[in-house]
Ligand binder design. Structure first.
Ligand code: SAH
Ligand code: SF4
Ligand code: F3S
Length: 473
């Protein structure tokens, strides 16, 4: 899963002026780091706070509440948060000099991992909130107003966004054509490099009825594609309306019956949870897109074992063969860790071989970095940085070649493109192929939200270019 940083804002934020603050409206600035799940949570935090009078702003200095939604997957992630907090504190002091308040909240996985330490080290922080507690933001803000700093990093069993009222959900949904819905959180797999089981807790699945309700609201607000999110999304095991168990393929079938919901995707999957039923759904459910993010991490059995992945390279080849048997055109992507403790040149070569053999549409590479508290951190055969960097460059070269070849192979084909937004240049619109490639096309904006056949005419580093098969005015 690729990681990123994003500032979020409502399109109408600029229209909210100071007068509204006096009448009770306040401004919220959320900065989100890390995975899609954090991006989704940022949207939901804005939802929870909207009925409390918060509108989003793009200007941190203008915010009554700043939330840093943090990620803990990288080394020194906590240090980076503290340095960012130092900058926010300066803004808080500048506002205080003008008689204006600013509350600072730290959310996400660093909040979960560091807890009270954050407030101990940075006194300007008012609130530390773990990913399981976002539904309690309003209550915690009220407590912070009255009693000073508040910390909440428990793992309650309730659905954290369950209480959200329908209009609030629909408001957020109106922001686009493609949306995310979290269906599963946490992880019980304990790969020896990974902090997620500690920061997101044990694996839990949301009830099917809640997911369907959320999807219906999104579709009513214009969403046409939903990506189901989870740390181990294919381990989803919710219960349906009758209280019976429901796995991911069952959920996909139910969701694909929602009129207006044209496309479904899911991420991130674990190879050991690719069941026959899920693979069969790729053949039977037209809405389920032929793209699968299926991280393997390494091609070496020795390293896979040290990582506690509980599968061998040959198991991965088997899964890929089973999927390709029903969807020969499926586009695959994967994460890889380079320089896991003890990785030899031979182990690394096995990873290169796996990539060559599978053929990926896209790959994400991460240099191994120590996460305190994980078994990998205790391993004494750490790989030198220079070796990691050199191997990373070789991996990147191989994967770049595959990605370019994959994109080039699309040229000349006609593909159904779901248009999502305006394109890079005036008169252009941008959308996605079933294989998650971005396509830029000359075309009218009213096609946004619809699927239209496009002939692919060319490629650049990150996009495809195409033309509408039938001219539309
Ligand atoms: N649940 C998903 C994603 C986990 S985090 C999965 O099982 O694949 C996203 C990616 O970050 C991982 O796939 C892994 O490649 C990378 N990652 C996690 N911990 C890491 C670490 N300590 N060092 C380097 N990369 C790491
Ligand atoms: Fe981390 Fe492994 Fe769980 Fe993925 S499966 S979240 S890499 S422990
Ligand atoms: Fe980062 Fe937490 Fe996601 S550690 S990758 S934000 S689950």
């Amino acid at each position: 899963m690729n990681t990123f940083t994003s500032d979020r804002s409502a399109p109408d934020a600029a229209a909210v002026d100071r007068a509204e603050i006096k009448t009770g409206r306040r401004k919220l600035f959320v900065k989100s780091y890390g995975c899609q799940m954090n991006a989704y949570d940022a949207t939901r935090m804005a939802d929870v706070l909207a009925p409390e009078g918060y509108d989003e702003t793009t200007d941190m200095a203008d915010a009554d509440l700043v939330i840093l939604n943090t990620c803990h997957i990288r080394e020194r992630a906590a240090e980076k948060v503290f340095s960012e907090l130092g900058k926010v504190r300066v803004l808080k002091e500048e506002r205080a000099a003008l008689g204006l308040d600013m509350k600072i909240a730290v959310a996400g996985c660093v909040a979960q991992a560091e807890g009270a330490e954050i407030i101990r080290r940075q006194k300007a922080v008012d609130l530390v909130i773990g990913p399981q507690n976002y539904h309690r933001l309003p209550e915690m803000l009220r407590r912070a107003e009255k009693a000073g700093a508040v910390i909440e990093t428990e793992f309650p069993i309730e659905d954290k966004f369950d209480h959200l009222v329908a209009p609030a959900r629909a408001k957020v949904a109106s922001r686009g054509v493609a949306a995310f819905v979290t269906i599963q959180e946490g992880c019980d797999k304990f790969c020896t490099f990974c902090v997620v089981p500690y920061t997101r807790g044990a694996e839990t699945s949301r009830p099917v009825a809640r997911i369907i309700e959320e999807a219906q609201h999104l579709v009513a607000a214009g969403v046409r594609e939903i990506t189901l999110l989870g740390q181990n999304v294919n381990a989803f095991h919710g219960s349906d309306e009758a209280g019976d168990p429901c796995s991911l393929p069952g959920l996909v079938i139910k969701l694909s019956r929602i009129p207006g919901l044209l496309r479904l995707r899911y991420m991130t999957s674990h190879p050991n949870d690719m069941t026959d039923e899920l693979i069969a759904a790729h053949a039977s459910e037209a809405a389920l897109m032929p793209f699968l993010h299926l991280p393997v991490q390494s091609g070496s059995d020795r390293i896979l074992q040290a990582m506690n992945r509980k599968h061998r390279a040959s198991d991965y080849f088997d899964v890929v063969a089973r999927i390709r048997a029903v969807r020969p055109d499926i586009a695959l992507s994967s994460d890889f860790i380079v320089g896991f403790p003890g990785e030899t040149e031979g182990d690394f070569q096995a990873t290169l071989d796996l990539i060559s053999r599978v053929g990926f549409a896209s790959c994400y590479f991460f240099k191994y970095s120590i996460r305190p508290g994980t078994p990998g951190a205790e391993m004494d055969n750490q790989v030198p940085e220079a070796v990691k960097a050199e191997r990373l460059a070789r991996l990147q070269k191989l994967a770049d070649g595959q990605r370019h070849a994959y994109n080039k192979s699309a040229v000349g084909k006609i593909m159904p493109v779901l248009f999502e937004k305006k394109g890079r240049h005036p008169g252009q619109i941008a959308g996605k192929t079933p294989y998650l490639q971005t396509v830029q096309v000359d075309g009218p904006e009213h096609l946004i939200g619809t699927i239209v056949d496009v002939e692919i005419t060319g490629t650049s580093t990150n996009s495809l270019f195409g033309k509408l098969v039938e001219q539309v005015s």
